[in-house]
Design a protein around this ligand. Structure first.
Ligand code: PEP
Ligand code: MG
Length: 868
């Protein structure tokens, strides 16, 4: 088995084996782009490393030796030489890029001999010893997991002793001394000398990269991003080029297009006289790439052309790392760039216009989940006009976020878990902050550029981020943020705008997203390739309007109980529930009728001729009654009855297990007058619309059926009432009568049920609850542990369980369609907007999915991708 490949032996199709970085380095090498030569140790070696008790084995060592020889030959340098030593970088590279998760070691190969060789070769002693001390620190930190502060302290002490401020003010002798101090510190902490043998250094570094695949940060990142733990990482060993050899050297990171907006301009930053990590770490604030054109016109031109060449080759936006050594450009890495949803859509649309990809490919390029980032709110124009920003940073990841200040990841996670909206405010973020970044509404940093950790990770999460706001002084120990004279604490609310970089004190008003331009073009293509319909779950005119704005093609679920809670009608609802006889109940229902009718009329009017599914009352009646002593008193007073009577009724309606109790169509069996009122409201409102010229065909949905006889009984009640309405109005309209399939028995007896219904809608919230026997309302207490302990891969209330619940869905579809070939089938449970579930349900053959308004574009894209 071959475990090591020279760069010229691989190509970009070997990603699984060589990792993304390795495959792309190989591809660039073969494209004739200037890449420092090297080799890649495969992901298979990583997997075997774990099988070998985290040790390197003989055959691998032999292979590595062979490739070092190749590398020495190619570079005409040798490891450890006092004349011209070979130095390498060692980097991880998984098949899927994991920014900031894994560690890099630079300048490997330096030792007491090689440093002399490097000084000779470069004629720069200061540079050589600076490289050596950086290497010791990085090696100790990354490979040996020693706290780098041990070394930072020595550096600071040295600067103080010399009375200088900047690292660059230390001379060769200072650095020579520092190297000795570093080595002594290393020995003190490790109990052994700093390894002088380059080969030993390399083996330790390779092991460290493999081990870092198993570190906590990497595991958390994989969990958050659904990356397989078994994949492993490759190791890239590459000869060093130096960006810190003086003012004609430098290093940078750049995107071939703007990763925040998608605009087609070179975008990035660089530092003169610096090594790679300085840019990403956000320690020094870098310069914009555009200024390189002036500083080094030749290099800029070559970089620009390389960027175009790579884009044309990969047919996608590239994220490139480069180093300039003494005026000569080297590419260290390229990969398809991470981008915001806005940029993803814009780039996909532009690439079609530029003829690089076709429309289908463009639709496949955008991850449905990421669209979420596009659909986020922004601050209203008025709020922006009224408020002066207190500071400004870089617009690192778009969106608007409002929250109180949290100073550490831990604090952010804790306060967010307690239900507080927080903004994580840090000097800069590091991979340890990941958890806090996940739970914060937004992220604000004082240092670091557009490619700093905070910026990259926030964009990946679709989370609002303002980075590098230099006016901020963040003191995480004192828990204060100072901006000039202004001092903010953890009790202060701030608003940050990731699209402009503005930071405001207080809470600014937000507005729903505005969708124009590239998004419209893109969704047009999505609609072109999609054949499954996407409806929405909405029960207020406001939600309906929002959903229409997002392209909903109908309403798949209108939960009428939400209308019952409205302030002006809850009184009548309670009266209806408390009624001890039919007459009083009907009198109360008569008051509710015109209100419901008006609701439906408004919704139909907005929806025009699109289908609208209205569900009859579903929850148990006690949910509508007041709970507190005072509320009960008030209600009794208004109804002119004894509080005891109210309490009695509440007690009567109390259930041990309400989810399996007196709810759904069971209410309609016992109180048919409620179903009648609702059926009447639905049909009268529809007739009203027909008179306006809007020919709605209402779909009446009966919830929670489990048996055909039970369902037929309710159907009869509803039909009789509708016939009555037709007679009274002297007008008939079309309507559909269907049921929810949300009890396993309904799915199993779907053939019988299909014979008496026009449509099915899967209520997968209840169907999941009842298939697993997992209470929807209580599972939150223990389900997270199931995910943590890997018992469940996903929360079954978020991602449909295809094996179990899916089996019932498939059974019901098959039996239902066999019994009634006109049967129309959809889903209205939460799963209807979850991309992987949508794709699955497309395969099962559903006619539509229905989801919350904000998820309509996501479901549409998932459905289109399933169809392509
Ligand atoms: C369901 O059970 O999936 C459903 C849509 O109904 P509800 O969430 O209202 O119970
Ligand atoms: Mg339900």
């Amino acid at each position: 088995n071959k475990y090591v490949y020279n760069f010229n032996e691989g190509n970009m199709s070997m990603r699984a084996l060589l990792g993304g970085k390795g495959a792309n380095l190989a591809e660039m090498t073969n494209l004739g782009i200037r890449v420092p030569y090297g080799f890649t140790i495969t992901t298979e070696a990583c997997t075997r490393f774990y099988k070998e008790d985290k040790k390197l084995w003989d055959d691998l060592n032999k292979e590595v030796t062979e490739h070092i020889k190749d590398l020495e030959k190619a570079n005409e340098k040798t490891f450890g030489s006092t004349e011209d030593p070979l130095l390498v970088s060692v980097r991880s590279g998984a098949p899927i890029s994991m920014p900031g998760m894994m560690d890099t070691i630079l300048n490997l190969g330096l030792n007491d001999d090689a440093v002399i060789g490097l000084a000779k070769k470069t004629d720069n002693e200061r540079f050589a010893y600076d490289s050596y001390r950086r290497f010791i620190q990085m090696f100790a930190d990354v490979a040996m997991e020693l706290d780098k502060n041990n070394f930072e302290k020595l550096l600071t002490a040295k600067k103080e002793a010399k009375g200088v401020k900047l690292d660059t003010e230390l001379d060769a002798n200072d650095l020579k001394e520092l190297v000795e101090e570093y080595k002594a510190k290393y020995k003190e902490l490790m109990g052994e000398d700093f390894p002088q043998e380059p080969r030993e250094q390399l083996d330790l570094a390779i092991s460290a990269v493999f081990r870092s695949w198993g570190n906590e940060r990497a595991i958390l990142y994989r969990k958050l991003n659904d990356i397989d733990d078994a994949m492993g990482t490759a190791v890239n060993v590459q000869s060093m080029v130096f960006g810190n050899m003086g003012d004609s050297s430098g290093t940078g990171v750049a995107f071939s297009r703007n990763p925040a907006t998608g605009e087609n301009v070179l975008f990035g930053e660089y530092l003169i006289n610096a090594q790679g990590e300085d840019v990403v770490a956000g320690v020094r604030t870098p310069q914009e790439i555009a200024t390189l054109e002036k500083a080094m016109p030749e290099v800029y031109k070559e970089f620009f052309e390389t960027s175009e060449k790579l884009e044309a080759h990969y047919k996608d936006m590239q994220d490139m790392e480069f180093t300039i050594q003494d005026g000569k450009l080297f590419l260290l890495q390229t990969r398809n760039g991470k981008r915001t949803a806005q940029a993803a859509v814009k780039v996909a649309v532009d690439l079609v216009e530029e003829g690089l990809i076709d429309e289908k490919e463009a639709v496949l390029r955008v991850n449905p989940k990421d669209l979420d980032g596009l659909l986020h709110p922004t601050f209203t124009k008025e709020a922006e006009d009224k408020n002066e920003p207190i500071a400004k940073g870089l617009a690192a990841s778009p969106g608007a976020a409002v929250g109180k200040i949290a100073f550490s990841a831990k604090e952010a996670a804790k306060r967010a878990a307690d239900g507080e909206a927080v903004i994580l405010v840090r000097e800069e973020t590091s991979p340890e902050d990941l958890e806090g970044m996940v739970s914060a509404k937004g992220i604000l940093t004082a240092r670091g550029g557009m490619t700093s950790h905070a910026a990259v990770v926030a964009r990946g999460m679709g989370k609002c981020c303002v980075a590098g706001a230099g006016e901020l002084h963040v003191d995480e120990y004192e828990h204060t943020v100072r901006i000039g004279d202004l001092v903010l604490t953890g009790e202060d609310t701030i608003s940050i705008d990731g699209s402009t970089g503005a930071i405001y004190k207080g809470s600014l008003e937000t507005q729903p997203p505005q969708l124009h331009g590239a998004f419209g073009t893109f969704m047009g293509w999505v609609d072109k390739f999609r054949d499954m319909k996407v409806r929405t779950n909405a029960d207020t005119p406001r939600d309906v309007a929002q959903a229409l704005n997002f392209g909903a093609e109908g309403i798949g679920l209108c939960r009428t109980e939400h209308m019952f809670f409205k302030e002006d009608r809850i009184f009548q609802v309670r009266k209806m529930i408390l009624a001890s006889d039919l007459e009083t109940r009907e009198a109360a229902l008569e008051k509710i009728l015109p209100m419901q009718e008006d609701d439906f009329y408004q919704i139909y009017s907005l929806m025009k001729e699109r289908p609208v599914t209205v569900r009859l009352l579903d929850p148990p009646l006690h949910e509508f009654l007041p709970k507190g002593e005072n509320e009960i008193k008030d209600l009794a007073l208004e109804l002119n009855i004894q509080p005891a009577r109210v309490k009695e009724r509440i007690a009567e309606l109390q259930e041990v297990n309400p989810m399996l109790g007196f709810r759904g169509l069971r209410l309609a069996i016992i109180y048919p007058e409620i179903a009648k009122m609702q059926a009447r409201a639905i049909i009268q409102a529809a007739i009203h619309c027909h008179e306006d010229g809007v020919k709605v065909v209402p779909e009446i949905m009966i919830p929670l059926s489990s048996d055909v006889v039970e369902l037929s009984k309710v159907k009869e009640t509803v039909k009789e009432e509708i016939e009555k309405v037709f007679e009274e109005k002297g007008k008939k309209i079309d309507y559909l009568l269907g049921t929810m399939i949300e009890i396993p028995r309904a799915a199993i007896t779907a053939d019988e049920i299909a014979e008496v219904t026009d449509f099915f809608s899967f209520g997968t919230n209840d169907l999941t609850q009842m298939t697993f026997g997992l209470s929807r309302d209580d599972a939150g207490k223990f389900l997270p542990a199931y995910i943590e302990k890997d018992i469940f891969e996903k929360d079954p209330f978020q991602v449909l369980d295809q094996k179990g619940v899916g089996f019932l869905v498939e059974t019901a579809v098959e039996k239902g369609r066999k019994a009634n070939d006109k049967l129309h089938i959809g889903i209205c449970g939460e799963h209807g907007g979850e991309p992987s579930t949508v794709k699955y349900l497309y395969g099962v053959g559903l006619d539509y999915v229905s989801c919350s308004p904000y998820r309509v574009p996501i479901a549409k894209l998932a459905a289109a991708q399933a169809a392509i």
